[in-house]
Design a protein around this ligand. Structure first.
Ligand SMILES: [Zn+2]
Length: 300
């Protein structure tokens, strides 16, 4: 629905109308285990969205400069991140647009060889929330087939490129038999996704823009957008998110982008965070799929 089509007088809506909109996709039962795997107190779900060149291509852009920043994600970002994860024996989840996988099949194989998970992240990082049903469904299924063919493992989870759903996204995700989505923000714990009030069978592992590097570091040369938070402050925000998760016995979920955080002045954030979290007893580092499976099985 475009803004033009939208009824711009929602204060006149009958209750059934606004309630129907809210009920399309809703958080249901929280899935919170009493403790995490092997008695751990806190679960850490690190994720990396390997958008690379698709951030430019998604809008039909052809800027060679911005495409080169995307290529940095492959040449420097992912290798630096994989080295940090390997050095600290941490496994994580990488959400990969199919076009990234087609550009860099070796990168995906290296990610899988490192013990990490690969999840869906659209075809070309398209704005899935604005797509017609058939196009969205076709792209999501083709992306799953492409990732499976390249990485050798069928994805079980999705992070939508828009971090948003169309009215059809959840039904498509459910029909594909995916275990989880990681794009919505209704809780700090995993939760059941309800569709029109009924359990969909899909689990949400929630994200938040607060725990996303792009929010703090993105820059657009010809617009006013500039990084406005120093790396040390970004680290501080992430660390406090972890502190809260540890205190509450919950999940610390984080999203970084190789082409945004994979720089000499920023990779220390990931290294320092891992070191800080490792210094706490009972922290379980796992992939999103592992955490979702555990939460769904052990929820009290
Ligand atoms: Zn992305």
């Amino acid at each position: 629905m475009t803004p033009d089509d939208r009824d711009v007088e929602p204060w006149r809506w009958p209750d059934a109308r606004w309630r129907g909109i809210v009920e399309r996709v809703r958080a249901g039962r929280a899935l919170r285990p009493r403790q995490w795997k092997d008695g751990a107190r806190c679960a850490v779900a690190l994720s990396f969205d390997s958008d690379h060149e698709t951030n430019e291509l998604r809008e039909g852009g052809e800027s060679i400069g911005r495409l080169s920043q995307g290529q940095y994600g492959n040449r420097q970002g992912v290798p630096r991140i994989l080295d940090i994860l390997a050095a600290n024996d941490v496994r994580a989840s990488f959400f990969v647009p199919a076009v990234t996988a087609l550009l860099y099949p070796d990168e995906q194989r290296r990610v899988v060889a490192g013990g990490h998970e690969i999840g869906l992240h659209g075809w070309i990082h398209e704005r899935n929330s604005g797509l017609p049903h058939d196009a969205e469904r076709d792209l999501q299924m083709r992306a799953a087939d492409t990732l499976e063919r390249i990485a050798g493992v069928r994805p079980v989870g999705i992070r939508t490129p828009s971090w948003d759903f169309s009215p059809h996204t959840l039904a498509i995700t459910r029909d594909m038999g995916l275990l989880y989505d990681s794009s919505l923000m209704a809780d700090v714990d995993c939760y059941e996704l309800l569709m029109d009030g009924k359990p969909s069978g899909v689990v949400e592992l929630p994200v938040e823009w607060i725990r996303d590097d792009a929010v703090y570091f993105n820059m657009n040369r010809f617009a006013a957008l500039r990084p406005y938070t120093p790396p040390a402050d970004v680290y501080d925000i992430f660390r406090r998110e972890f502190d809260g998760a540890y205190r509450e016995g919950g999940i610390f979920q984080l999203t970084l982008h190789p082409h945004i955080s994979g720089y000499r002045s920023r990779t220390w954030i990931l290294e320092e965070l891992i070191r800080y979290m490792r210094a706490h007893d009972g922290v379980w580092f796992a992939t999103h799929a592992e955490i979702v499976r555990y939460a769904a099985a052990e929820a009290v």
